[in-house]
Design a protein around this ligand. Structure first.
Ligand code: OOG
Length: 262
């Protein structure tokens, strides 16, 4: 006999509030799955319920993010399925600005590309179609901050936790250019190279993240409005942040992005 909770006994609202409170109080919690047992589909319902709490506080949706789109990230975290989360305007940090780590539990930074959509995405797109739905692409650093102690979780827990989403720093938008399929990625902390890779590490071609985003949004009955951001997922493993760091990302030929921690 299965010990798994069903939707009728699982208190989605309570789990969403627990995760939301951990984020707002900057307090790590134990993974929820062992005690509450939920499926991956239910984890997405918890995620959407916890983001609804942010919307009720006045945060605005700005797009979506993908996670585990590179081998480097799957290996680092021991999770090997593509996941997605929801972004709000409160997660946006100014490029070149200061980020106060007191706003996070145990923040990490990872190098990404961020796409800007120019048309509503309301159906699954092919790779050939994807480019015509985009206005541009920018180098971006995602700040992840798992609400779980020591960044330890399985697939269902990380999905319920909005895929560790906490912040994003987006650089200047470039016109879409197919050369960005395979460009050098350099993450530096205080000038020292700490992560190196290639944009090609993201699904073999980062534009595929837009294809996945279109399928996932469609599957969830969601339209991604024109002007949305799509964070493609990290090209390398994430780096733990501490105060006093100058963190920079350079995407060869496509500019960079930086911030300072305090
Ligand atoms: C989960 C989020 C993963 C990515 O880009 O792969 C992610 C985590 O590692 O905490 O955002």
């Amino acid at each position: 006999m299965s010990t798994m909770n069903t939707m009728s006994t699982l208190d989605i609202g309570a789990l969403a509030r627990t995760l939301d409170a951990a984020a707002t109080d900057r307090r790590a919690i134990d993974p929820l799955l062992p005690e509450h047992g939920f499926t991956l589909d239910e984890a997405y319902v918890i995620q959407h319920a916890s983001i609804a709490l942010r919307h009720l506080r006045g945060e605005r949706p700005i797009g979506i993010k993908l996670g585990f789109t590179s081998r480097a990230k799957m290996l680092q975290m021991g999770v090997d399925s593509l996941i997605w989360g929801l972004l709000t305007d409160a997660m946006l940090y100014e490029e070149g600005g200061d980020i106060d780590l007191a706003d996070f539990i145990h923040a990490r930074a990872e190098p990404e590309l961020c796409f800007l959509t120019r048309r509503d995405i309301d159906r699954p797109l092919t790779l050939i179609e994807a480019a015509s739905y985009l206005d541009g692409v920018a180098p971006a650093i995602e700040i992840i901050d798992s609400r779980y102690r020591n960044f330890k979780f399985g697939l269902e827990d990380v999905v319920a936790d909005n895929c560790s989403s906490a912040g994003l720093v987006v650089g200047a938008m470039n016109r879409l250019d197919r050369s960005m399929r395979n460009c050098g990625v350099h993450v530096r902390i205080n000038g020292r190279a700490v992560q190196m890779g290639s944009t090609g590490a993201i699904l073999g071609d980062p534009l595929r993240s837009v294809v996945h985003a279109s399928r996932l949004a469609f599957g969830a009955g969601m339209v991604l409005p024109a002007g949305s951001l799509i964070m493609a997922g990290a090209a390398t493993a994430a780096e733990a942040l501490s105060p006093g760091m100058h963190v920079s990302l350079e995407i060869a030929g496509h500019g960079g992005v930086e911030f300072f921690t305090k």
